[in-house]
Design a protein around this ligand. Structure first.
Ligand code: SF4
Ligand code: SF4
Length: 312
């Protein structure tokens, strides 16, 4: 847990990757989606690799660098070499103060991740309250994985409940059960991502077992009235009949009736490039309408209500 002290009293802080205002695909109505940093999974198709690390990090655009050295001169710790690459900063010295980013005239240096206290984040969320009230919307905490910052998330959902703001939590389910159940009483809607049913395939594709994920979904389905499962459809990766049918049967056994199918897109490729990381699925293409329809029909045959796209 990240904390700082004010008059000797610990203050909970969280790291936010970014905000999406006026979002309409992450729960009902018009919403602010707060993407928290940190994720325990490393999905091969990740479209948000800059969310994986818990701490703020650099996301450079080397093609914009004009080698002016403004960043080098601005750094109070002599931690940066004049180049916009992911390894242009000495991490053992850098305090992530952002001075080099502010000094860069071309936008070649970007720092992703900003630290907020609970009151600071509530103030940001409250800015769009009129839209939530008019549309029966609210706030969605997403990631990364928002439960990677459990104390901060817990405090935020309590504050939102006290302020009568509808809360959705978008989770991959790979979290401590206690952390998940702690936020459940003050969460109106869970968006629960389910990807692969076979444990070894799940481990190969995401870097982690799915045992805890399936157990958490089972527990949540028993204890929370509003759980919507989301299935990211990755052609050639998890859209085979066996996986889709196993998922449908599992959800039906839990009496979870609603599933959103989220078709794969290639937005993560450019971000991997900027972070100088290899993209594991360079040849994978978005599914055709027919491919999506086949998966939808298969899930419907398990008795589920299936939609294409995000929650509303
Ligand atoms: S973030 Fe601050 S400490 Fe880190 S390299 Fe930039 S100026 Fe230096
Ligand atoms: S300030 Fe920006 S443009 Fe200038 S050397 Fe540093 S990264 Fe490159």
């Amino acid at each position: 847990m990240r904390t700082t002290a004010a008059r000797g009293i610990p203050v909970i802080q969280g790291t936010v990757l970014r905000f999406e205002r006026f979002a309409i695909h992450n729960g009902p109505g018009i919403r602010t989606t707060v993407f928290l940093k940190g994720c325990p999974l490393r999905c091969a198709w990740c479209h948000s690799p800059e969310s994986q690390q818990l701490e703020p990090e650099f996301m450079p655009q080397p093609e914009r660098c004009i080698e002016c050295r403004a960043c080098t001169g601005a750094c109070p710790h002599h931690a940066v070499v004049p180049a916009a690459t992911a390894d242009s900063v000495a991490p053992e010295v850098c305090t992530v103060c952002g001075e080099c980013v502010a000094a860069c005239p071309t936008g070649a240096r970007e720092l992703v991740g900003e630290v907020f206290t609970v009151p600071q984040l509530m103030a940001r969320i409250e800015r769009d309250r009129i839209f939530y009230d008019e549309s029966n919307g609210g706030v969605t905490f997403s990631g990364g994985e928002p439960l990677m910052q459990p104390a901060f998330l817990h405090e935020m959902v309590i504050r939102c409940r006290m302020s009568a703001i509808h809360v959705a939590v978008d989770t991959c389910g790979h979290a401590d059960a206690s952390a998940l159940l702690d936020v459940a009483p003050d969460t109106d809607l869970f968006l629960f991502d389910l990807k692969v049913m076979d444990e070894e395939r799940h481990r190969a594709l995401t870097g982690a077992s799915n045992v805890r994920i399936l157990q958490n979904l089972e527990r949540l389905a028993a204890e929370h009235p509003n759980v919507l499962v989301r299935f990211p459809l990755i052609p050639g990766v998890n859209d085979d009949d066996r996986n889709v049918h196993a998922m449908g049967a599992f959800l039906a056994s839990l009496r979870l009736t609603r599933v959103d199918v989220l078709p794969y897109h290639r937005a993560g490729i450019a971000k991997h490039d900027r972070l100088q990381r290899a993209y594991p699925l360079p040849d994978t293409q978005p599914p055709s309408a027919d491919q999506v329809t086949r998966v939808v029909r298969l899930l419907e045959s398990c008795g589920l209500i299936v939609r294409r796209g995000g929650a509303s």
